[in-house]
Design a protein. Sequence first.
Length: 127
Amino acid sequence: MGYFQMTKTVVKSIIHGPSTIRYPAVPGKRTPISRGHVTIDPSKCISCGMCMRKCPANAICVERQAKTWEIDRFRCHVCDCCVEVCPVHCLTMENTYTPAATVHEGRELVQVTYVKPEKPAKKEPEE
Ligand code: SF4
Ligand code: SF4
């Protein structure tokens, strides 16, 4: 029975081609519901650290003083959790094909450019 199943699979693969693809030579298939790649709009990030605290893979590091946001793409398993918890919606999950990366390219450091607006001056009480 085992040999029969195996022969069937081999013949099917010979006729239709294998089910796997030769990534990264051949880009992965994308569909409208595919998750892809976490991206940030650094002009909106308020460095609250919520994404870092909620990330189950410890893939994000937010340095409030240095105003940096860093992601380790080899740790990220694309769960979308950080995107859901960001209070200012500056994280998005891009549905794009991501080329293969080396270990050095896995970490991405982004300089946050958000500037907190100044509070309006208090009005002096009229006499
Ligand atoms: S998608 Fe998930 S694993 Fe990836 S950085 Fe966001 S919370 Fe972490
Ligand atoms: S990306 Fe969003 S959740 Fe993460 S530190 Fe910036 S504002 Fe906070």
